[in-house]
Design a protein around this ligand. Sequence first.
Ligand SMILES: [Zn+2]
Length: 413
Amino acid sequence: MHRRQLLTFILASTTLALPLGASAALVRDARLWRSSDKLRVVFDLSGPVQFKTFTLQAPDRLIVDVAGAQLSGDLSHLNLAGTSVRAIRSGPFGHGDTRIVFDLKAPMQASAFLLGPQSGQGHRLVLDLMQPGVAAAAPAVAARAPEPVAQEAEKPVASSNFHPKRDIVVVVDPGHGGKDPGAIGGKGEREKDVVLSIAQLLARRLKREKGYTVHLVRNDDFYVPLRKRVDFARQRNADMFISVHADAAPRLTASGASVFALSENGATSATARMMADRENGADLIGAASLLNLKDKDPMLANVIIDMSMNATIASSLELGHTVLGSLADITTLHQKRVEQAGFAVLKSPDVPSILVETGFISNASDAQRLVTARHQQAVADRLFAGINTYFEKHPPSGSFVAWAQEQKAQQTA
Ligand SMILES: [Zn+2]
């Protein structure tokens, strides 16, 4: 019951606007100022809020949690070029709260305070980011200066300034390999071979598209432990992780494609759980070991992981939904919605991740198609189309795709 409610909540938060309660505050927009010693981010609010900030290491992040508030604006327009912030992500978490995550290039220290309506400005949350050791502007200072934001000497960063135009980094993970053949078909078709071909074709397609960089976890027939696959994606600062598989089921008539996203709270169906158990296979990993939280209270560590995952799970579900819709053009679907299960290979708290079962190796007609170059190309093309659609809707800050959209918007404005 609890699982279903949570899933419903996550889906509702990503695909539909939640009905606004009378007390829900909105984070409407954000503005950015920078000087030699600090970066100031001002969030425009519909009313007063409660908030907290904290930092996480490996990788360095600053988290801003705004209680009982929803993000109604879009933060992707903020120009982060030349700042110590690599990207800003946001999403709903908990019961109607909003989490904003600053991905940092180096450890930073933060100070934050609220400002009430003044001089035509509404409620604001002001966040200052500084190098560690620099004296922070305390809320008391803000109280003495009646309008520190308006008096801020530095000019706002113009959006027409230099744009970094970085590539979107996609990590493609062909499942299994080497000693682990994965599922095996009636005529000896091997999952590890089929998925390597599809993954290579997907990588080739992504490389052709301007604005993408792609990394293959394996480009040959060798075994990679699950933990290594996750580390691989994080080390390359992946914007998304896609693990490519082909299914097997005792019921030989089972056929079609499915897409899975991580669930921290258990599988959405018995099938999803069974499949996760099978794909996890040889080596299971715990999410806690992925973050350097050993020095923290284990209970607290779990809470932090849970919370920082919720935003990513919501993104993964939307990504999965887009990819599933794209695959429907060329194959039947085994599951008509994105299933959730505890796949070890998807346990990267920072990176939206999906696992695609391209079809059933155990089904004679699926297997027959999956080994042909023509169908492998079609699957790769549809995976690409789904990924591209997702990123056109959610271009990461500072990416070429974001920049290209801004140019287009300016031309039509
Ligand atoms: Zn597999």
